[in-house]
Design a protein around this ligand. Structure first.
Ligand SMILES: *[C@@H]1O[C@H](CO)[C@@H](O)[C@H](O)[C@H]1NC(C)=O
Ligand SMILES: *[C@@H]1O[C@H](CO)[C@@H](O)[C@H](O)[C@H]1NC(C)=O
Ligand SMILES: *[C@@H]1O[C@H](CO)[C@@H](O)[C@H](O)[C@H]1NC(C)=O
Ligand SMILES: *[C@@H]1O[C@H](CO)[C@@H](O)[C@H](O)[C@H]1NC(C)=O
Ligand SMILES: *[C@@H]1O[C@H](CO)[C@@H](O)[C@H](O)[C@H]1NC(C)=O
Ligand SMILES: *[C@@H]1O[C@H](CO)[C@@H](O)[C@H](O)[C@H]1NC(C)=O
Length: 529
C-alpha cells in the first residue's frame, strides 16, 4: 500500500476532518465513525494500484561505471539517494552500449526484442521502425495513461532529432514536456528539441552548460506542475561521456587522480577472443596519459551531476513531495580505462562495462540498505510501472519489478539467479585512414590504433549470480565460435578464461540456457530453468 501512501494519508486526513466536523455538531456516534473509518481503509486497500500513486524521478548518467570508482566523486548523491535508500551492488545493463541500453531502459526489453542493435540509424537507433514499434509502447506511454505528468531533459537516443530520425519535431509519445538533445552527448554547442521546436545553444557557461540546463528546467517543471497529478521526470545528463567538458569551477578538481592500476589494468587478454589479443601490452605512455586524463575529466563532469541531484532533492523537499517520490540514479553502461590494455570505452562483456550504478530512495525503502540481488536495466520500466499502479501482467516487458527487493513491506519479490547480456559489435566497412595497418571491420581505434570494437565483437552471455554461483558464460559470433567462461568467485577480475577446464556437461548446460534466453520473450525471459 505504501506507493499509494499519498492517497491513503489523504483518506485518513479526511477521516480526521470528518470526526472534527461531526463532533462539532455533537451526537457523533462512535459506531458511525468506526464504520466510516473502515470504509475509508477498505477504499485504501481496494484502490491500491489505482489513483494518485508516488512520483518518480529517473536520473540516467551517460557511460558512468561503478566498477572503477565512478560513484566516488558523487558524495552528495550517495548521501541523498544511497544512504536514504537502497544501493544495488549487482546492477547490470543487458547490453553495454548507449543506444541499445537506453532502448532497453525505456521499454523493459532485451535487445533481441526491441531490435536496436547499435548507435546508428541503420541499427535502429531512434529509427522510424523503432518509433513505430517499441517507442510507441514505452514507459512514458503507460505513465501518461496513469495520469502522470511527464518531463524529459537531456540525451535521449544517439540519433534522436537527426533528419532521417524525424527531425526535432518528433516527440516520442507519452511526454508532456520534452527538452531532448539532438544526437550524442555534448556539454556546449548543441541543439535541443524543446517540445518539437529547435533551440540552439552555444558555449556560455551560464546559459548553455547542458547538465545545469537540465537541472534548471526540471526545477521549473516542478514549480509549474499541477499538484493533482503525480509526476515522472527523466533527467539524462551528458556526464561523464566524452568530450568530458567540466564546468569552469570544477576544471581543476582531482588534479592527482589517476585511473586505478589494480585488477585487470594493463593485463594481457591472452586467452580471450581475438579482439582482446590485439592491444599493445604493456600500454604505451601515450595511452596511459590519455586514459588518466579521461578518468580525471570524467570525475570533474560528474560534480555537476552531483549538484543537480542536490538541487532536485532540495526542491522536492521544499514542495513537500520528497517523501512521496522515488528517485532512481543509474547509468546506461559501465566503462573501462586500461583494463586488459584497452585504453577507454565500453562494449565489452566484462564486469567493468556491464555493471552500472543503481541507487534508489522512496516510500517503503529503508535507509542505508546494500542489496546483493542482481537487477537489470530492463527491470527499471516494470519497477516504475509497478510503483505507478499498472498491472504488470498487461505489459509487454522482459524485465521484472524489483520494488519487492528494496521495499519488502510493499511487495513480495524473488531475485533471478541468471540473466542474458547480448551485444552486436560495431565496425567500419573500410580501413581507418589513421591506422592503415589495420584491416576493415574494426572501430574505435584510438589512441595508438588500439581498437575497441569490431563487427564480430558480437556476443551473448549468461551471467549467473546467486548465493552459490558467480559465473559468466559467453559465446561469440565470430569465425572461431569463441567461448569465454569465468568463475567470478575465485577470479573477480576475469583474468583467466576457464573454458578448457570446466566440466563439458556444465558448458553444455550453459549453452542450452543461453540459446533459450536469446529467443525469450516476456514471461519466458523470467521463467527459464
Ligand atoms: C546511513 O549510514 C551513514 C553511515 O553509517 C550514517 O551517517 C547515516 O546517518 C545513515 N543514514 C540514515 C538515513 O540512516
Ligand atoms: C529494426 O527493427 C525492426 C522492428 O522494429 C526490425 O524489423 C528490423 O529487423 C530491425 N533492424 C535491424 C537491423 O535489426
Ligand atoms: C563552440 O563553437 C564555437 C564556434 O564554432 C567554438 O569557437 C567554440 O570553441 C566551441 N566551444 C566548445 C566548448 O566546443
Ligand atoms: C541555472 O540556474 C542558475 C540559478 O538560477 C543560473 O545561475 C545558471 O546560469 C543556470 N544555468 C543554465 C545553463 O541555465
Ligand atoms: C614512460 O613513463 C615512465 C614513467 O613515467 C618512464 O620511466 C618511461 O621512460 C616512459 N617511457 C617512454 C617510452 O617514454
Ligand atoms: C549497425 O547495424 C546495422 C544493421 O545491422 C549495420 O548495417 C551497421 O553496419 C551497423 N553499424 C555499425 C557502425 O556497425
Amino acid at each position: 500500500m505504501e506507493p499509494e501512501q499519498g492517497r491513503c494519508r489523504g483518506g485518513l486526513r479526511a477521516v480526521a476532518g470528518a470526526r472534527t466536523r461531526r463532533q462539532g455538531r455533537g451526537r457523533a456516534s462512535a459506531r458511525t465513525l468506526s464504520t466510516l473509518l473502515l470504509l475509508l481503509l477498505a477504499c485504501c486497500v481496494r484502490c491500491a494500484g489505482g489513483a494518485q500513486p508516488s512520483n518518480v524521478v529517473l536520473i540516467l548518467a551517460d557511460d558512468q561505471d561503478v566498477h572503477l570508482g565512478g560513484m566516488t566523486p558523487m558524495k552528495k548523491t550517495k548521501t541523498l539517494i544511497g544512504d536514504a535508500g537502497a544501493t544495488f551492488v549487482n546492477a547490470y545493463t543487458v547490453t553495454p552500449l548507449c543506444c541499445p541500453s537506453r532502448s532497453s531502459i525505456l521499454t523493459g526489453l532485451y535487445p533481441h526484442n526491441h531490435e536496436v542493435r547499435n548507435n546508428s540509424l541503420s541499427g535502429n537507433c531512434s529509427s522510424p521502425l523503432w518509433q513505430k514499434g517499441p517507442e510507441s509502447e514505452a514507459l512514458p506511454v503507460y505513465l501518461s495513461k496513469q495520469k502522470y505528468q511527464t518531463f524529459f531533459a537531456g540525451k535521449y537516443l544517439n540519433q534522436y532529432g537527426k533528419k532521417d530520425a524525424g527531425d526535432v519535431s518528433h516527440i516520442p509519445p507519452g511526454w508532456d514536456q520534452w527538452h531532448a538533445l539532438v544526437g550524442n552527448s555534448q556539454y556546449y554547442n548543441y541543439t535541443l528539441s524543446v517540445n518539437g521546436k529547435e533551440e540552439k545553444h552555444t558555449d556560455s557557461y551560464e546559459k548553455d552548460y547542458l547538465t545545469d540546463l537540465i537541472a534548471n528546467r526540471s526545477l521549473k517543471f516542478l514549480d509549474d506542475r499541477s499538484p493533482q497529478h503525480p509526476f515522472f521526470l527523466m533527467l539524462s545528463p551528458p556526464a561523464p561521456h566524452s568530450p568530458w567538458t567540466a564546468a569552469p569551477q570544477y576544471q581543476n578538481d582531482f588534479g592527482d587522480v589517476k585511473a586505478p592500476r589494480d585488477g585487470s589494468f594493463d593485463k594481457p587478454g591472452k586467452d580471450k577472443h581475438w579482439l582482446l589479443r590485439q592491444p599493445i601490452n604493456p600500454m604505451p605512455n601515450s595511452s596511459l596519459t590519455f586514459l588518466d586524463n579521461a578518468y580525471r575529466k570524467r570525475w570533474q563532469t560528474l560534480l555537476s551531476v552531483d549538484d543537480m541531484v542536490e538541487m532536485l532533492v532540495k526542491k522536492l523537499e521544499s514542495i513537500k513531495e520528497l517523501d512521496n517520490t522515488y528517485i532512481f540514479y543509474t547509468s546506461d553502461n559501465g566503462y573501462h580505462t586500461g583494463q586488459f590494455s584497452l585504453p577507454i570505452d565500453k562494449r565489452q562483456l566484462y564486469e567493468f562495462d556491464i555493471r552500472i550504478p543503481l541507487l534508489v530512495r522512496g516510500p517503503g525503502i529503508k535507509p542505508n540498505q546494500t542489496l546483493q540481488a542482481p537487477v537489470l536495466n530492463i527491470d527499471l520500466t516494470p519497477t516504475i510501472l509497478d510503483i505507478s499502479g499498472v498491472n504488470l501482467s498487461s505489459v509487454n516487458v522482459d524485465g521484472q519489478s524489483f520494488l519487492g527487493q528494496m521495499a519488502p513491506s510493499l511487495r513480495n519479490g524473488s531475485a533471478r539467479p541468471f540473466f542474458l547480456v547480448e551485444y552486436t559489435g560495431e565496425g567500419h566497412p573500410t580501413t581507418d585512414p589513421a591506422c592503415p595497418k589495420l584491416g576493415p571491420g574494426l572501430s574505435q581505434c584510438f589512441p595508438d590504433c588500439v581498437c575497441e570494437d569490431a563487427y564480430n565483437n558480437t556476443y551473448a552471455c549468461v551471467r549467473t549470480l546467486d548465493s552459490e554461483n558467480n559465473l559468466q558464460y559467453c559465446e561469440f559470433a565470430d569465425s572461431e565460435s569463441f567461448v569465454e567462461v569465468y568463475n567470478l568467485s575465485s577470479d573477480p577480475h576475469q583474468l583467466e578464461n576457464i573454458v578448457k577446464k570446466v566440466d563439458p556437461a556444465l558448458l553444455q548446460a550453459m549453452n542450452q540456457r543461453l540459446i533459450k534466453l536469446q529467443s525469450c520473450v516476456g514471461d519466458s525471459c523470467r521463467d527459464i530453468k
